[in-house]
Design a protein around this ligand. Structure first.
Ligand code: ATP
Length: 364
């Protein structure tokens, strides 16, 4: 089911008397979420992700704008009539009910033509439990399950009604690192098998990048960029997006363009034909550096961390916003750790320039 947000806006009254105006949690969002895809809503804490999910679910009413599921305008529909599945961070299972009872619970209240017999309910619950691989634990109570298993019960309960849209709000936050990895792959598998359009809220860029078909990057209620994870990583539209995606993060430098060359400090590090003379931010991905004795970008070498397949060269540069500069280098290249200075040449497609005032991308 395609989800279309038109001019979607949510304002909350500001309770802080010193601050004027409303809190704009979601600011005029226009977006089309394609049918059958897994989409991550990604952004830092407070950017409006949960508000957005609550608007789509109907738990919150928008101040302005409309929400469509396919052709249906659902803006005024209460949550129970939107045919959605919801999963929250804190599983919210009924502790006194078994896994089976928790999963069947949403089916108990179906009315009219949707009403199911006991056998049909059990069959649907079993199918959902199989999908999340919990069919062997149907008689357990939540307290007898691990965190990952509890979250899978929550997912089964959300999909048992075969929702049009599945909404997940930071579903992995309460799990430890290993379980997070495992469970996110499970969510991807379940989404693929069911084909349900799924919107997944996270502040973890790695999580979003690894399992989503599409990411929506937002900050302060505003949409910054939408696209396939690799496209957004390779082609960020502004400095915020460039900095938010990627581990280790992108290295940002104060820089200057003069006569078609990019200067960082005194070094003319790259040809940037067609770019006007302008002070800029130059952001270089860690994998954009090549150690090169004749390279034009010099940094003060501070260390080398071996990581097996590749290694990380740490250095400092006075133009860098947050030293150390981190370069990820394949083991094919050598760096002389005895030297004080490391010289790099740069991969042009890993260097992005941004306006100092607007922080918008300058393409070259
Ligand atoms: P987190 O990742 O920390 O959960 P988030 O991206 O989900 O954050 P929201 O919870 O959607 O962010 O909040 C967005 C903004 O709206 C924040 O500034 C928050 O303080 C504000 N906000 C949220 N709910 C209310 C409310 N009921 N009343 C007033 N302000 C609110």
């Amino acid at each position: 089911m395609e989800v279309i947000l038109q001019n979607l806006t949510k304002k909350f009254p500001n309770r802080d008397k010193k601050k004027k105006g409303d809190v704009i949690a979601v600011d005029h969002f226009d977006i089309e979420i394609p049918d059958g895809k897994l989409v991550a809503l990604l952004g830092p804490s407070g950017c409006g992700k949960s508000t957005m999910l609550n608007l789509i679910s109907g738990l919150l009413k928008p101040t302005e704008g409309k929400i469509f599921f396919g052709e249906d305008d659902v803006t005024e529909l209460p949550p129970e009539n939107r045919c959605i599945g919801l999963v929250f961070q804190n599983y919210a299972l009924y502790p006194h009910l078994t896994v089976k009872q928790n999963i069947t619970f949403p089916l108990e209240n179906l009315k009219g033509k949707d009403k199911l017999t006991k056998e049909e309910m059990n069959e649907r619950a079993l199918q959902a439990a199989k999908l999340v691989q919990l069919d062997g634990l149907m008689e357990r109570k939540p307290a007898e399950l691990s965190g990952g298993q509890q979250q899978r019960v929550a997912v089964a309960r959300a999909i048992v009604k075969m929702p049009r849209v599945l909404l997940l709000d930071e579903p992995l936050s309460n799990l430890d690192a290993r379980l997070r990895l495992q469970t996110r792959e499970e969510i991807r598998r379940i989404q693929r098998e069911t084909g349900i359009t799924t919107i997944f809220v996270t502040h973890d860029q790695e999580e979003a990048m690894s399992i989503s078909d599409m990411i929506i990057v937002m900050k302060d209620g505003a949409l910054h960029q939408v696209g396939k994870p690799q496209e957004v990583y390779d082609d960020p539209s502004d400095l915020f997006v460039a900095k938010f995606l990627g581990t280790p993060p992108i290295n940002v430098f104060d820089a200057q363009v003069r006569d078609g060359k990019l200067y960082i400090g005194g070094d003319a590090v790259l040809e940037v034909p067609g770019v006007e003379d302008w002070p800029v931010y130059a952001a270089i991905r860690p994998e954009g550096f090549i150690p090169d004795e004749n390279g034009r970008f010099s940094c003060k070498l501070s260390g080398v961390e071996v990581m097996g397949r590749d290694y990380s060269v740490l250095s400092t540069n006075s133009a860098c916003h947050s030293n150390p500069v981190r370069a990820i280098i394949s083991t094919d290249h050598k760096v002389d750790i005895e030297k004080e200075v490391v010289k790099f040449s740069l991969k042009p497609h890993k260097v992005h320039l941004f306006h100092k005032e607007t922080e918008e991308r300058i393409r070259f």
